[in-house]
Design a protein around this ligand. Sequence first.
Ligand code: ZN
Length: 154
Amino acid sequence: MSEYAELYQQVILDHNQSPRNFHALAGDARRADGHNPLCGDRLTLYLEVRDGIIRDIGFVGSGCAISKASASMMTEAVKGKSPDAAEALFRIFHALVTGETVSGVPEVADDDARLGKLVVFAGVRDYPVRVKCATLAWHTLRAALENRGAVSTE
Ligand code: ZN
């Protein structure tokens, strides 16, 4: 097994076993439900945007290890960022996991467009079915930011 694949497994396992921000938010937090019928992944995402920044974010739900780890890492990646920066990261992440070219990325600071640990999901590219698992949380994030209540990967 390559060093890269090993890192991928470690990170996915870690976030699957102890997902970060794995809780609902109370009050008037925005929320959206995401569903990936292909795999059966379901999650509800909560977020609080104040003064143009994602101040708090949480998710609950159940699904495969990849969907859960991806949701966990997504929440860590976008917390403290602007919705534009989150959208930029999603575009870049989407290109990473699909192997497509990046397009329509909002202009944001370089720091905000850095994938960091999210690069481990590059391996998903070889498993098209898994791309929907890896992007479900991101699609749900976009739905919450746009105040659409629910999203399905189909
Ligand atoms: Zn899945």
